[in-house]
Write a protein that binds this ligand. Structure first.
Ligand SMILES: [Zn+2]
Length: 141
């Protein structure tokens, strides 16, 4: 599928062999991270091997879904027609409690309060039939 500037549908993730289980679990309300059984590294991006030691001995475990805002950017100008109705919104770089950082989006939260180091928790947002994205909201204290 291509995305011309006139295409108002948002790009959706495409599940492949390495990520199919990850996307399926999100639909079921579980946010999986990959744990290397050899070096202990935890990674978010689903790959066939550990990004640190290249071991293929990786397993998926549910994440706590908790982390903090490592960095963020508030988007006021939509990157394309499909995002026009969404602005302003915040893109987050979340530092997960388990270690990895991931890019996501702030939802269900007061945009004016977004800041560095704020605790956040993941929430699944169904963006299309059978497609759930891992987004984040301010953690309930
Ligand atoms: Zn490893």
């Amino acid at each position: 599928m291509s995305h011309s500037p006139f295409d108002t549908s948002k790009p959706l993730p495409v599940a492949d062999g390495d990520s199919a289980e990850f996307w399926k679990a999100l639909n079921e309300g579980v946010f999986l991270l990959q744990h290397c059984e050899d070096c202990g590294d935890v990674q978010y991006y689903q790959q066939a091997m550990c990004r640190i030691c290249l071991s293929e001995n990786v397993s998926r475990k549910p994440s706590s879904g908790k982390g903090v805002i490592y960095s963020y950017s508030v988007v006021h100008r939509a990157p394309g027609p499909a995002f026009k109705a969404d602005v302003p919104y915040a893109v987050l770089l979340v530092q997960l409690d388990e270690g990895p950082k991931m890019i996501s989006r702030l939802v269900e939260s007061d945009l004016s309060l977004v800041d560095f180091d704020l605790p956040v928790e993941w929430v699944g947002v169904e963006v299309a039939e059978g497609v759930t994205l891992p987004c984040f909201r301010f953690a309930k204290s």
